[in-house]
Design a protein around this ligand. Structure first.
Ligand SMILES: [Zn+2]
Length: 87
């Protein structure tokens, strides 16, 4: 897996930037794969059905935070390769 291990496997956020240090599994332990914005008590948060939907959502969030178009593109281009979306 290499570098992908460091990113949330749903939204692509670097896990080190997650203030809660990861989502939670059903048994209450921390998830090593998903961030706290995507994953809670063993279930995904939100109704995302495709990588494209997630990309659009994350891009909108980054825009709100003032990121430039190019940065928004860079930060979200790997989302389709993440475990949650890989077919
Ligand atoms: Zn996430």
């Amino acid at each position: 897996m290499g570098n992908l291990d460091k990113f949330c496997q749903s939204c692509g956020m670097p896990l080190e930037k997650d203030p809660n240090h990861g989502g939670t599994n059903a048994d209450g332990s921390k998830s090593a794969k998903y961030c706290s914005y995507c994953y809670e008590n063993g279930a995904f948060i939100g109704n995302f059905t495709s990588a494209k939907e997630m990309q659009e959502f994350v891009r909108a969030q980054l825009k709100k935070q003032g990121y430039w178009l190019f940065t928004r593109y860079l930060y979200t281009m790997h989302i389709p390769q993440l475990q949650r979306w890989k077919k």
